[in-house]
Design a protein around this ligand. Structure first.
Ligand code: ZN
Ligand code: ZN
Length: 654
């Protein structure tokens, strides 16, 4: 028999996510597999995971493989759709702006962008609609995304002829033999894929915004126009998305932070360096005290370390190599030879605290906690409210323990995170377990035995705690596996919060040890954990999650006292004093305004309780209570009201 013929007839085994195994002719595609299941399914397939790699659904599969079909319902499917939409948008832009040059066009969390050099022309909001219409017109042609392997010379020739210096620069960095083009309709792009089968999947398109972006993120390069867009497989989904965008705008922490007087940025202080205003500082202090108390109960010991450290400290930790050149530059002293760095991480300082005395196995675990402020340089274009800043305070802690204690410590950390989520009303979350890449065992430091123990411990604990988990292979850091919590906020957006990271690296670099029961020296394991992440980012998420209506226990102003006229200011002040003595944060609105106006403003300021004070209240020694959103609760004694508030707070934090 002819050998090639024999190959054609050979079969491959495809393992589906449910564990079932089916046989197909060699060279079958994910689309063929989908068709064999149902035509309806095949119509929904956007791309596929073959042995963990995302590929075009029509790519031939030549070996036994695990296969997952990506549809709009999973993140890989969305990502393929949006990446393909960037090509479609480029085609539409080219129709109106001939000669436009295209840089890069990746998918992002919501949609995609393309960085474009429009030359002498420019793109503004009034152009969006015609681009959207053009995209839908082209989508309606159901053009296939056709893949073609090209040599480096061919690729260079194509973009030289087209006159696109950005693509030429990208090609220069690629290896000959690994370059592919994709063409849909009249547009050909340098791309490794994958893409959706054809443009017909795109049924709704919206250009969201434009912004400036430097080529390759470098301020020395030319500024390009970043065009943001999003697409959907149905018009209805686009409409729903736009409602969500409006809601998100209302909740934007930068807007609410200003309105509620929580924080402020001053150019004179410096970019990305937040100033906490009194109400914001009160909110943050409540959060910190809440966590400090929970940590005290869990056996953490507070420590305090300086905001700078010697260069040598960070050379030992490895942070010099990581942050030295690309972050804030070293601080030099008037005396030569001393060099310091702004602290980018708290861990090295805590390692030195561990080393401050000899340790025995009986001392472990040791848990050091610090609200430690760190500084990292971010490009000015990357700064964003409190979520991307240049100085921030981590709710940091480091646990030093034996390998056998890892599981118990992980369990305690998870309990702490769950307690925080419950108190702050984050109900919807999952835990991501990041493990080693099984195909790349040499990438990791630490013994194989320790890794296996720790990875098993994380997974077992997550199961025992009933966490909803996703396991990601290859996502572990080189120095240890980790567990990340992802929460969904009140309007369905995902945020990463709370990281727990096992570390075999720093104990090695700092030569940490303890004396075991066997009288020998051993290395402890280090666990880094920060349930909030940073106070800045967490407060931003909390503002957007609650739309500024913080739970009563956290509200910077829990009660506003509203005298109906100046005559009652004095009694109102005495009510305020009495409440403050009961640990309730109350302020008096003493302005000579109509009480109706005062109520409206207190509602806008999202103050949970209002107390109306007039003739009757003063002579009875009482207050009339209004609750934000609920209206009138009637007249009661000051003591009864204080009791009501304190009980409500106790309910929230217990
Ligand atoms: Zn592409
Ligand atoms: Zn750390």
């Amino acid at each position: 028999m002819h050998p090639q013929k024999k190959l054609n007839y050979s079969m491959i085994k495809i393992t589906l996510p449910d564990g079932s195994i089916r046989e197909f002719a060699k060279g079958s595609s994910a689309m063929d597999v989908a068709m064999s299941i149902s035509e309806g399914l095949a119509r929904k397939v956007l791309s596929a995971q073959v042995n963990g790699e995302t590929v075009d659904a029509n790519r031939p599969i030549d070996t036994d493989a695990t296969l997952r079909l990506n549809t709009w319902n999973d993140s890989e499917g969305k990502s393929t759709m949006w990446h393909s939409s960037a090509h479609l948008m480029a085609e539409a832009l080219e129709a109106f702006y001939p000669g436009a040059k295209f840089a890069i066009g990746p998918p992002i969390e919501n949609g995609f962008y393309y960085d474009v050099d429009f030359g002498d022309q420019s793109l503004s909001e009034k152009d969006f609609e015609r681009i959207e219409s053009k995209m839908l017109e082209l989508a309606g042609q159901k053009n296939e995304y056709i893949r073609k392997s090209v040599s480096k010379a061919e690729a260079m020739a194509y973009f030289t002829e087209k006159g696109d210096p950005y693509k030429l620069e990208l090609i220069a960095d690629l290896n000959d033999g690994e370059i592919t083009f994709y063409t849909q309709g009249n547009f050909t792009d340098l791309c490794r894929g994958p893409h959706i089968p054809n443009t017909g999947h795109i049924k709704a398109a919206k250009i969201m915004s434009v912004a400036g972006a430097y080529w390759r993120g470098d301020e020395k390069n030319k500024q390009l126009t970043r065009v943001y867009g999003i697409t959907f497989p149905a018009k209805k989904e686009l409409d729903e998305y736009l409602v969500l965008v409006e809601e998100a705008k209302k909740r934007d922490h930068r807007k609410l932070g200003k309105e509620l007087e929580l924080f402020h940025f001053s150019q004179r202080v410096g970019q990305g360096l937040p100033l906490w205003l009194p109400k914001g500082a009160a909110l943050r202090a409540r959060l910190e005290n809440f966590l400090k108390e929970a940590q005290r109960k869990s056996g953490y010991e507070p420590v305090i370390t300086p905001h700078i450290g010697s260069k040598e400290l960070y050379e030992t930790s490895g942070h010099w190599a990581k942050y030295g050149k690309d972050s804030f530059q070293p601080i030099e002293t008037p005396v030569e030879g001393e060099v310091y760095m702004l602290k980018p991480m708290n861990c090295p300082h805590h390692c030195e605290i561990y080393k401050s005395k000899p340790r025995s196995y009986r001392d472990l675990p040791v848990r050091y906690a610090e609200f430690g402020t760190v500084y990292r340089y971010e490009q000015s274009g990357e700064l964003h409210g409190l979520t991307r800043v240049r100085g921030f305070t981590q709710d940091d802690a480091h646990i030093f323990c034996t390998v056998d204690q890892v599981k118990g410590e992980m369990a305690k950390v998870i309990d702490l995170v769950l307690y925080i989520f419950k108190t702050l009303d984050f109900k919807d979350f999952i835990a991501q377990v990041s493990l080693r890449d099984p195909n790349n065992p040499d990438k990791y430091i630490g013994s194989l035995q320790n890794w296996e123990k720790a990875e098993r411990a994380i997974q077992e604990v997550a199961d025992e705690k009933g966490l909803k988990t996703v396991v990601e292979y290859g996502e572990a850091a080189f120095y240890g596996p980790k567990l990340d919590f992802m929460v969904r906020d009140a309007i369905g957006r995902k945020w990463q919060l709370g990281t727990v990271q096992i570390d075999y690296n720093l104990p090695e670099r700092f030569e940490l040890d303890y004396t075991g029961a066997d009288n020998q020296k051993h290395r402890p394991v280090m666990i880094h954990r920060a349930p909030f992440g940073s106070m800045e980012r967490f407060v931003a998420i909390l503002i957007e999650h609650t739309a500024g209506k913080f739970p009563l226990w956290l509200s910077p102003e829990q009660v506003r006292i509203l005298p109906v006229s100046d005559k009652f200011n004095e009694y109102s002040q005495s009510v305020s004093t009495e409440l403050n003595n009961c640990d309730i944060r109350a302020l008096v609105d003493e302005r000579s305004e109509k009480v109706g106006k005062k109520i409206r403003e207190a509602e806008i300021d999202k103050v949970p309780y209002m107390l109306i004070i007039g003739e009757k209240e003063e002579s009875n020694g009482t207050v009339s209570v209004r609750k934000q959103g609920d209206g009138d609760l009637g007249e009661m004694s000051i003591a009864a009201f204080a009791h009501l508030i304190n009980e409500a707070v106790k309910q929230q934090v217990n």
